[in-house]
Design a protein around this ligand. Structure first.
Ligand SMILES: Cc1cc2nc3c(=O)[nH]c(=O)nc-3n(C[C@H](O)[C@H](O)[C@H](O)COP(=O)(O)OP(=O)(O)OC[C@H]3O[C@@H](n4cnc5c(N)ncnc54)[C@H](O)[C@@H]3O)c2cc1C
Length: 531
């Protein structure tokens, strides 16, 4: 086994949003950082979310005010830092008197005591109150406030059954979750971090005031030394504590599976529906990748291995039936083009149901005097990743007195250095310089790469200059960019995480891409990211 000569300040286990967010923040404060991810970046929970920067309207019913305020505050900070991969979205919440609470929310219990005849109901005035809080709790200067819709006249009513007469419309934001992860990793690398993908951390032990970390990667086993260790293993966080670090767990994780279905496009506008069920749960139907609709999610305790989550037939049928109680034309299994599933690594607060388990995060520091610190990350939302990273660095600050302070709130991610509402202008500029791009192609490139789209295309004067066409507007030039700059190695990395072109390419096209990537891998230097 080889050993690195240098000692790193911080070693991060896990290339999901929390690990990459912490690595970026730490590198920007002047710390030397290594991050190891056992598979591809964002291969687990961080590519399987509902993809919302949101305060979490329903968490208000659980009185999770700290989490909701922090997440609401965060939405616009994130939107401004990454206007290419995130954008404001309006949510249409149709009102029906059938709506019910989950019975064990604090709000349901309070209402049941004060107004017993309302037991279990979610009345309109309560939803209005919740939306008022949602509008006012966190800083909101860009996103418009809540309004009431008459569904008989508003276009959002057309896709719904006529029994829905009224709806509330409020604001949250959309984000491409897996691109968020890779852009954080790129920015970390640009600030000096080493990002090792397909590299599993096998063991970590304290020795002489340092961590000795053994990793298993493409070049075999290697030992590395670090002053501090962060366990951002997501659903594997407990597994890392027990089998890699072999210390006593400082907290527990509750694995809650959430599945989504993607259907053909079900409605023509760009707003999202927020459906409330008679079982107290809520489900979103969201415009997705231009030609599709995303419906989710479920909440099921997950007992299998974290990497083995998939949407069961029962979950698929539950989501389709849920949406069909609202939609004018029922949605069926024939409409489904793809499903995906992820496992929420929730902090185990002993809640009775998976829906009720807290969505807040816990940063547990294990740092006895003189011993190298270990920080275990439990829970967290995509929306709060930047704040979680700041919290993690604050916990580790005593070990790094020379590190500089918090900085990420004001600095754009790669490609995000343009105004939050500047996508249309940037797309028009791109089409001006590259007239051969279709509207879809140019829009897709700007949404993925923002101000870096021109760097992806280089001096191309026509589509032929971009090399092989893999289908769906994916060209060799873009593939080479993803390999050289974004740590992509396989067709799945490119088709399902760096993009969602997997929805548009067939199996033969995906196989051709895989073959091309295998050829590239044998070209010396081609697979080493240059940030
Ligand atoms: C269905 C669903 C919907 C959601 N919707 C939203 C939403 O709309 N908005 C929102 O804000 N949040 C949402 N979330 C929450 C959010 O997705 C998660 O909180 C977040 O992605 C967790 O990120 P993570 O980095 O902690 O975990 P992960 O993304 O799972 O990353 C952990 C990584 O650690 C790696 N790893 C583990 N062990 C090792 C090892 N020994 N060596 C090397 N690597 C290792 C794994 O391979 C994995 O990639 C949702 C979650 C789910 C499941």
């Amino acid at each position: 086994m080889s050993a690195d000569a240098e000692t790193t300040d911080l070693f991060v286990i896990g290339g999901g949003i929390n690990g990459c967010g912490i690595a970026r923040d730490a590198a920007g404060r002047g710390l030397s950082v290594v991050l190891a991810e056992q598979g591809d970046l964002a291969q687990a929970t961080s590519s399987s979310s509902t993809k919302l920067f949101h305060g979490g309207l329903r968490y208000l019913e659980y009185f999770e005010f700290r989490l909701v305020r922090e997440a609401l505050d965060e939405r616009e900070t994130l939107l401004v830092a990454m206007p290419h991969i995130s954008w404001p979205m309006r949510f249409v919440l149709p009102y029906s008197p059938d709506m019910r609470f989950e019975s064990d929310t604090p709000t349901a219990r309070l209402l049941g005591t004060v107004l017993p005849w309302m037991k279990g109901r979610r009345p309109a005035w309560l939803i209005r109150l919740g939306l008022f809080l949602y509008d006012t709790l966190g800083g909101r200067t860009i996103l418009p406030a809540t309004r009431t819709l008459d569904l008989a006249t508003d276009p959002a009513g057309r896709a719904l059954q006529p029994r829905f007469r009224r709806a509330y419309e409020y604001s949250d934001c959309w984000v491409d979750d897996s691109r968020l992860v890779v852009l954080n990793a790129r920015d970390a690398a640009a600030r000096g971090a080493r990002i090792l993908t397909r590299t599993r951390v096998v063991s970590a032990e304290r020795a002489g005031g340092l961590w000795r970390v053994v990793v298993d990667g493409p070049d075999g086993r290697r030992e590395m030394r670090a002053r501090a260790l962060v366990n951002a293993g997501g659903p594997w966080v407990e597994d890392v504590i027990r089998t890699v670090v072999r210390t006593r767990a400082t907290g527990g994780v509750r694995l809650v599976r959430g599945s989504h279905v993607v259907t053909r496009r079900l409605f023509e506008h760009d707003r999202c529906y927020f459906f409330q069920g008679t079982d107290g749960r809520i489900v979103f139907a969201i415009p997705y990748e231009r030609d599709f609709t995303l419906i989710g999610t479920t909440d099921m305790d997950h007992t299998g291995a974290p990497g083995e989550a998939h949407c069961t037939e029962a979950e698929r049928d539950y989501l389709l039936a849920f949406a069909s109680r609202y939609l004018a034309t029922p949605v069926t299994a024939e409409d489904v083009v793809w499903t995906y599933s992820g496992v929420r690594p929730l902090y185990n607060d002993g809640a009775s149901s998976a829906t009720a388990a807290t969505r807040d995060y816990v940063l547990a520091l294990d740092a006895e005097a003189g011993a190298a610190p270990l920080l275990n990350v439990f829970g967290g939302k995509i929306t709060t990743y930047r704040r979680l990273a700041e919290g993690a660095l604050a916990k580790l600050a005593p070990s790094f007195p020379a590190a500089s302070g918090a900085w990420t709130a004001r600095v754009p991610l790669p490609g995000g250095d343009f105004p939050w509402n500047g996508v249309a202008a940037l797309t028009a500029r791109l089409r001006g310089r590259y007239p051969f791009l279709s509207e879809f192609w140019a829009g897709r490139l700007i949404r993925a790469y923002g101000s870096e789209a021109e760097a992806v295309l280089g001096d191309a004067g026509g589509a032929a200059d971009l090399g092989h066409d893999f289908g769906g507007t994916l060209t060799e030039a873009e593939v080479r960019w993803l390999v050289a700059r974004e740590f992509a190695r396989s067709a799945d990395d490119i088709l399902w995480r760096r993009s969602k072109l997997g929805l548009r390419l067939d199996q033969a096209q995906a196989a051709a891409l895989d073959e091309f990537l295998r050829g590239l891998a044998t070209t010396a230097g081609a697979m080493h990211p240059a940030a």
